[in-house]
Write a protein that binds this ligand. Sequence first.
Ligand code: HEM
Length: 293
Amino acid sequence: MFPWIMKFIPGPHKTVLVKWEKLQLFIARVIENHRRDWNPDKPRDFIDAYLNEIEKHADNPTSSFNDENLIVSTLDLFFAGTETTSTTLRWGLLFMALYPEIQEKVQAEIDTVIGRSQPPSMAARESMPYTNAVIHEVQRMGNIIPLNVPREVTVDTTLAGYHLPKGTIILTNLTALHRDPTEWATPDTFNPQHFLENGQFKKREAFLPFSIGKRACLGEQLAKTELFIFFTSLLQKFTFKPPHNEKLTLKSRIGITISPASHREQKGKQEESACPPLKARRLLRSEGTNRIE
Ligand code: HEM
């Protein structure tokens, strides 16, 4: 009710507030750099285009186009666009390591359609129904935003006979769709056949990881492109397997999104505290087998 009060209360949330301020300062500097060589006729990116809007509405004191909103909107794009896509990819690699026969089929399709030397492009997706189905199934099972993003009713509303007074918080249950036993042949098991019919990719209405309607994910197309390009590029070059004598599970961790729990979490802090690039190199060596002869 009084979010500003949190500033004055001690506790771990203070770290978040400090980091939030640092991020805002960082973006403010990026915006200043943009302003230096900004050309309104040639917007290079989101910040340039937003600066145009600030300029256009400069005489309107009630305009929402201002520096503060530019900073927060830029950060929104980073928050909404990074963790979501990377977490989905992590689920993808985990499912590939758990289902080697499915991974082999994806790699066979990559070898046939793209080959091993040229980098994957979106043009190939049309001819890769199996890989496309696997990525969709990763999103269905990963179900990274199970209750969608909370929304608030802005005016008194009646929905399906229920009265929703202004200010009501709405959570939509995407899990109910993604695990609906009347929609999916094996709702709780990874099964790319859910998105295939006679060997062709099949769209499913009960699949809504990006939500639907006016406020649906605005990054959907970008996310789909990233998922296809990163997933195929990784499987073109590597085969993902559990490390020797280690068992992988589908246990998850609750955070901003639902992400795979590290199978090494129980093994003590040593791995966790390793310097991140070193840790990444070690994991790649032990979990990804190079496919290049
Ligand atoms: C696998 C990746 C992603 C998933 C599963 C995902 C999912 C979602 C969901 C469920 C929502 C809430 C929609 C609603 O309330 O009805 C949302 C909103 C949003 N997403 Fe994504 N997203 C992904 C990637 C991205 C990317 C790459 C970007 C941009 C760079 C992005 C930007 C946004 C923004 C700005 C919103 C808020 C839209 C609004 O309030 O009108 N997302 N996303």
